[in-house]
Design a protein around this ligand. Sequence first.
Ligand code: ARG
Length: 314
Amino acid sequence: MQNTSYFWTVFLVFIGLLWMGEAQECGRPQMLNRIVGDSSASEGAWPWQVDIQNGQGHVCGGNVIKENWILSAAHCFPNPNDISSYIIYVGWQQMQGWNPDETSHSIRRVVVPLGYTNSQLGQDIALVELASSVVWTEHIQPVSLPTASAEFSSDMRCMITGWGDIRDWVTLQGVGPLQELQVPIIDSKTCQDMFLKNPTENIDIRYDMMCAGFQEGGKDSCQGDSGGPLVCQVSDGSWVQAGIGSFGFGCDKPNRPGVYAKVSSFANYIQSHVGVQQKSGSSHNWADRVMVRAAQLIEKLIAITITAATIMSS
Ligand code: ARG
């Protein structure tokens, strides 16, 4: 009888720890009052978006991927060892004005690929470690990251967000509400062909880049949106970060779509420095999630039972 209650105590403690150990779920905004099509994002719609500033003001966007890590672009940190003037604002919707839950963080270090030289040559990614962790709230949530094999295609719903210019040379006015825009992914071959149409502005779309936007122009990201996210909604409803704002030639010109660093090509790089859960692209549905969770649970239950049995028999 005593043995049985001992077993149940051990069992319940383990189950409790199991639940507490669950990571913060990624890619799911908790405030669901999003107005699609409107250019200003609604409050809490993109809770991973951060603003990166230095002494002079706004520099770039970025995203929360873990409580103490931000993903951004390498070109936002021309000198990754001189970061003392940088401040990262988390939980923002408005650039000027009050935001509930906002916190600011200084940077502990910036990790940039060794071979990075220029955004147009690729490797435009920065992992930014914060000096202090963020606290998860309705306005502050991590985005999901893709696995190395995740694919993002033109039929997915993808969005870019940022406080960058609203068109060439025109900065965001007023309280500066976070802007959002739905953009289709353009496959690399089609994108390369678009750039070839003007050989003087030709660039190589490399394996670690991806394009998104409109061949006819008119809608695009722009200066100041760099480092910010291109996120796509996968079949379980969550948002996975496909790209990082990298470069363009002017903004919203025909045959000049925005170019983004392709996050999936850095999956192992991110994993080795930060270690976060990653999601595959489109095939990730709720049934997969239930199966994965059930398998993990059964595995842990077997381990717990064996441990408990060993304790009781000794
Ligand atoms: N390099 C720019 C920045 O630092 C981003 C430019 C994006 N341009 C574009 N046409 N999508 O903010």
